[in-house]
Design a protein around this ligand. Structure first.
Ligand SMILES: [Zn+2]
Length: 388
């Protein structure tokens, strides 16, 4: 089994992994890299895109799906495996982050989409792909690829300790591609959630909470104790995620439904709400937050950012200028969570994805089988469980 690291290794963004096994060429995720320009915005795939037989998507965030139109424009003609939630969300992500001409010319080819539920086992030729719930977003999944006597675990984006979403343990494997987004951050999600919750309690009036439409929004809503508002276009997507049945903890489903039903709705042109306002995306690159962030900042109104801030985004600039607060609300594993995932997977050799080089080195000091030297563009071979 050959594994090609097409994106997301030694960097955050454009996550994409190629697997060649049993005579097939498979791709796992096809993301873009916010903050990069030109060719570096897309996965580092060499050679023709029609050489790939199938694409498997973990979820519809831009760093995992944003290069789909680009891949289709380059001639990818294989089957696309994804969950119904990912299919629902991907067009919106592509509209926000992909080349508009490519999105128009190459919409998602529904006839080539194979839907599955996390927990299903997929088979393509002699390759078996097991799946499980990721805990990161509704409809999010991880993949376990078995072929040629070797087994590769690809975490995609996961969250093992969410109060909202459920994550299934990744089974033992020979090599694990771990979600290293937060490096070796030791602060637990409980502690971070408390800090975000306290910030919101200190700013009960007009304030802005930029957030991705999928995943973290529900984690935020679960933390808000008082009245809050949502940007009106978010409601359908939020209701859809809450309705995603077994993807969420049962208790969270009930509480979130009640809170969302009570949320005010705010539309462009109306006075700003006198309470915290949730608006997507989380960094001001696309969506209503791209105009709301400068508007709140110019009025000197409180803003709290809670996720990744790529360089060049409005969120990153306002934070650097001291005009927006930042408290990480974990939607990826912190150190304790990754140690647990690694343990449950049988402590295999590990590569970390979605993480810059120096933070990978820090994580490697806690996960002794982690190899922090692998970068986008490199390949490795798994042969009967051994890395060559
Ligand atoms: Zn994600």
């Amino acid at each position: 089994m050959r594994i090609d690291l097409h994106g997301g290794f030694g960097e955050k963004g454009r996550t994409c992994v190629g697997v060649s096994a049993a005579g097939l060429r498979l791709l796992f995720d096809a993301g873009i890299k916010v903050g990069a320009t030109g060719r570096e915005y897309y996965p580092a795939i060499e050679g023709p895109a029609n050489a790939f037989d199938a694409l498997f998507l973990t979820h519809a965030h831009e760093d995992h799906v944003g290069a789909l139109s680009w891949l289709l424009a380059a001639g990818f003609s294989g089957t696309i495996f994804m969950t119904a939630e990912t299919l629902e969300e991907a067009p919106g992500t592509l509209r926000a982050y992909a080349d508009p001409a490519e999105v128009r010319a190459h919409p998602i080819p529904r006839g080539r989409v194979e839907l599955f539920r996390p927990g299903d086992t997929l088979r393509v030729g002699a390759v078996t792909i097991r799946t499980g719930r990721s805990g990161h977003v509704a409809g999010g999944t991880w993949f376990l690829v078995e072929a040629d006597g070797s087994c590769l675990g690809y975490a995609g984006d996961v969250l093992p300790d969410s109060d909202v979403f459920v994550m299934d343990a990744i089974p033992p494997c020979d090599l694990l591609l771990l979600d290293a987004s937060y490096g070796a951050d030791p602060i637990s999600p409980t502690e971070r959630s408390r800090a975000v919750s306290e910030w919101i309690a200190r700013h009960p009036g007009t304030s802005l909470l930029p957030t991705p439409l999928h995943g973290r929004s529900l984690e935020l809503i679960a933390l808000i104790k008082g009245p809050f508002a949502i940007e009106a276009s978010m409601r359908g997507a939020l209701e859809g995620q809450i309705a995603a049945g077994t993807m969420l903890h049962a208790q969270a489903t009930r509480a979130l439904s009640q809170r969302l039903a009570a949320a005010q709705q705010w539309r462009e042109g109306e006075p700003l709400p006198d309470c915290p306002l949730l608006a997507d995306d989380g960094m001001g690159f696309a969506g209503p937050s791209a105009t709301l962030l400068p508007r709140y900042a110019e009025a000197g109104l409180p803003i709290v950012l809670t996720g990744h801030l790529p360089s060049g985004t409005i969120g990153q600039r306002l934070h650097d200028e001291g005009r927006a607060d930042w408290i990480r609300l974990p939607t990826h594993p912190t150190l304790g969570g990754n140690l647990r995932i690694w343990d449950e997977a049988g402590r295999p050799p590990v590569l970390g994805h979605s993480c810059v080089a120096d933070q990978l080195v820090q994580l490697a000091s806690h996960v002794p089988t982690l190899r922090p030297d692998f970068r986008t563009g490199q390949s490795l071979t798994l042969s009967h469980g051994a890395i060559l």
